[in-house]
Ligand binder design. Structure first.
Ligand SMILES: Cc1cc2nc3c(=O)[nH]c(=O)nc-3n(C[C@H](O)[C@H](O)[C@H](O)COP(=O)(O)OP(=O)(O)OC[C@H]3O[C@@H](n4cnc5c(N)ncnc54)[C@H](O)[C@@H]3O)c2cc1C
Length: 375
């Protein structure tokens, strides 16, 4: 039996949140002793992480960027809404590259152990962490392990192919965030298409619903969409599958990242909020404040819950809700809205574009004593 190791901080899970927190702690003038416990290598966790960013804010991610677009579009049967941004770019990062880069930046007394946590015996803000290889006593524990999802959760689930196509596509400069011209029988469904070049694309079939489907369903949807676009696959490079819960996360002490509620419930985007939370937490720790910062403004979760409530109760309105939001805003406003950074003026435009009766009914339901605690 190996000796118990004492550490100031144990970070459970070295994904987007855990490894970013560790990297920021490593950069402090007097870093606390920190162990990141993560069983998988970066390449075992590769996927695409996309975000909106200004040129300035994108600098830390420069070496992980696979694609960037200042134009993006949402498409339905009536046509496309194309946004051309001035201040923001839509970026796609290689998760494996980003995680590797962060791991390489860790320096003593911050280190990573390729181990899996079996149990945590909590004691105050810290406790005893037992892995498959040892035991650690930590004064503070930050846990980013994904929380269990229930089969009733509203979820965003997707399967994507990264492909090389035979012929160049006409507009590789436009990212397609949502193309709703696909089968809507299983829930809100759209195709997400990132052209890394004219012949190199990520094409993802994305559903918003509780019910996960057989993977062949998404594969068929991609094949059908490619065929309607006259895109012939020359080579399939990789397949990516993911499930993101859009339900509220418990505000359990010490939870960070998606487990700490840093994924936006109306969109499934979390990368930027997670990065902010990690940076602010490290800054707090430097000042002796160890509590996890709230990832979004307080009003955002209830607003997103109302949006999701309307989406669930009125699936027939779902496409129009997203198209209406895109139509109401210009590109930079849309980016700020998606980032959770919209001010009152942007919110007013979005609210004005929404159908009033379903939202008012949902608001009443949410504020009733039985169902009101969404935050
Ligand atoms: C496939 C996918 C694609 C996504 N794409 C985007 C996107 O494009 N843009 C966006 O904004 N958001 C995206 N998200 C949402 C969100 O940004 C990501 O889920 C993000 O990775 C969450 O970061 P995290 O650190 O909270 O969790 P994770 O990155 O999932 O990290 C949790 C870590 O815990 C580790 N772990 C699990 N069990 C143990 C254990 N027992 N012991 C130790 N470690 C353990 C895991 O290996 C993992 O590395 C995506 C989510 C998924 C699933």
């Amino acid at each position: 039996m190996s000796a118990v190791i004492d550490t100031d901080i144990a970070i459970i899970g070295g994904g987007s949140a855990g490894i970013s927190l560790a990297r920021h702690l490593s950069a402090l003038s007097t870093p606390p002793s920190t162990l990141v416990i993560e069983p998988k290598t970066p390449s075992e966790r590769d996927c695409s992480w996309a975000l909106w960013s200004t040129a300035e804010n994108a600098k830390p991610y420069a070496s992980s960027i696979k694609g960037s677009w200042s134009q993006w579009q949402l498409v339905d049967n009536h046509g496309a809404i194309v946004h051309s941004a001035t201040n923001y770019q839509y970026l796609s990062l290689s998760a494996a590259d980003y995680l590797s880069q962060c791991e390489a930046q860790l320096a003593s007394p911050v280190s990573l152990r390729r181990e899996s946590v079996n149990s945590i015996q909590a004691c105050g803000n810290g406790g005893k962490v037992t892995t498959d290889q040892g035991t650690f006593n930590a004064k503070y524990i930050y846990d980013s392990r994904p929380p269990k999802q229930s089969s009733n959760d509203l979820r965003q689930h997707f399967l994507g192919w990264e492909i090389i196509c035979e012929q160049p596509i006409p507009r590789p400069d436009i990212a397609t965030l949502m193309d709703f011209r696909v089968d809507q029988s299983q829930g809100l469904h759209f195709m997400y298409v990132l052209p890394f070049s004219a012949r190199h694309l990520l094409v993802e079939s994305t559903l918003v619903s509780s019910q996960l489907l057989d993977k062949n369903w998404y594969r068929n949807a991609i094949s059908q969409w490619l065929s309607t676009q006259d895109i012939v696959v020359e080579q399939q490079l990789r397949e990516e599958y993911g499930v993101i819960s859009l339900e509220p996360k418990s505000s359990e002490q010490g939870r960070i990242g998606a487990a700490g509620g840093a994924v936006r419930r109306s969109s499934g985007y979390g990368f930027t909020a997670i990065q902010q939370q990690s940076r602010q937490l490290a800054q707090g720790i430097e000042r002796g404040q160890y509590s996890v910062p709230r990832p979004f403004a307080k009003f955002l979760n209830p607003m997103d819950a109302i949006f999701n409530g309307v989406l669930t109760r009125h699936p027939e309105l779902a496409v129009d809700l997203f198209m209406g939001t895109a139509r109401a805003l210009n590109a930079d406003q849309f980016a700020r809205f998606m980032l959770g950074e919209a001010g009152a003026a942007i919110w007013a435009k979005v609210i004005a574009a929404m159908p009033k009766i379903p939202f008012l009914k949902q608001l009443l339901l949410a504020s009733s004593p039985v169902r009101g605690s969404d935050d």
